[in-house]
Design a protein around this ligand. Sequence first.
Ligand code: SAH
Length: 310
Amino acid sequence: MSGQWLEVRLRAPGELAEAVAELFARYAPQGVVLEPEADRGRGTIIVRAFLEASSAPISRKKIEEGLWHMGQIQPLPDAEFEWIEDQDWLQSWKANYRPIPVGGRLLIHPPWMQSEDPERMPIILDPGMAFGTGAHPSTRLTLMALEGVLQDGDRLIDVGCGSGILSIAAARLGAAHCLGVDIDPRAIENARHNVDLNQVSGRVELRVGSLADLLPPAQPEPITAEVVVANILAKVLLRLLDEGLAQLLGPGGTLILSGILDSQMPAMRMACRAAGLQEWRELAEGEWRALVLKKTPPSAERTGSGASSR
Ligand code: SAH
């Protein structure tokens, strides 16, 4: 553990920060730090990681290749690399990491920090491999929506749980049982670690899998919950809606969808309506949107409440 580290930094637009962090994390066993810039309106996030000296040249090359590919979809600034002394990196990491308040009642902070805000419920997250550090607007919107709809004793299904952040938050907010699924086994591993850190393993169950594992024929009956959350790319959400996502809702249940760009809202609204869902609320941050939906009650068709008649 002596010697130097190669620090890599990139000032990423908010919507790409998680993808950049995921790339860095492959070469940075110590994890990745996401720092929202002071001017949050701009949505820029500094993504920072520390590469081990022995493998730094290879890691750097791989990261540069990865960034080049990402840059083909949306332009990215160049990454900056800087050699730093061993003693400094931990300091720099800790000094730069800030707890992230979300919604009215939650505060996300890393395991090495104590929460200094007694008013907010802490969610401890090891900034590691999986998506879901709370730095992304779509995660924040989902947490805000959850705060608004979750009631004591509710069950939750979290499709695409990533780091487990939403299930952990739900457990903190009073959920009796949360089931998180993710197609990525590494996400489930990271989520387990975070669930343990937060001491909510009694109420959070995690499985590798997706929607199909919760519905017939994999199950005799659909597994249902009062609240279902899915914060995934809109393209995936559309597919999940088509595959029966709404069947996970128990009577009167609420679905929270996030990961949607403003421009994708018309298609999303149409798919929700086709799935028999009625829009309850829309949340926005920058160009990101989240939708809170309920199963259309049969009577709503006749009362003609707003948008239900196409
Ligand atoms: N819930 C977290 C993570 C969101 S990132 C948060 O709100 O911050 C989206 C996650 O969905 C990723 O971990 C990805 O592996 C997972 N995912 C992508 N497609 C999926 C699918 N079809 N079924 C289940 N999980 C999926």
